[in-house]
Design a protein around this ligand. Structure first.
Ligand SMILES: [Zn+2]
Length: 85
């Protein structure tokens, strides 16, 4: 009976250790991702601007600039400013 208890404790101990280790490994893997997705990513994120015609948000680099306004494309620049009701 003593031997059985000994092995039961050993098996439970091994299971606990593997569980803790896998949990730790998962945490280590997630840490760099959390850093990337943290406040740094917000500052690195591109500024969003609004098309003066259709009010759609577009990244600054994709925006089309003309007549002191930003547009989603040259077609909306031609159509001009449109105020939605
Ligand atoms: Zn537009």
């Amino acid at each position: 009976m003593g031997k059985f208890l000994f092995w039961a404790v050993v098996i439970i101990g091994v299971l606990l250790v593997t569980r803790v280790l896998t949990h730790y490994a998962a945490n280590q893997r997630n840490k760099p991702l959390q850093k990337k997705g943290g406040p740094q990513a917000i500052t690195e994120a591109e500024e969003m601007v609004r098309c003066a015609h259709c009010q759609v948000f577009i990244p600054r680099s994709d925006a089309f600039e003309q007549d002191d306004h930003l547009w989603c494309g040259p077609e909306h620049a031609k159509q001009g400013v449109h105020q939605p009701r």
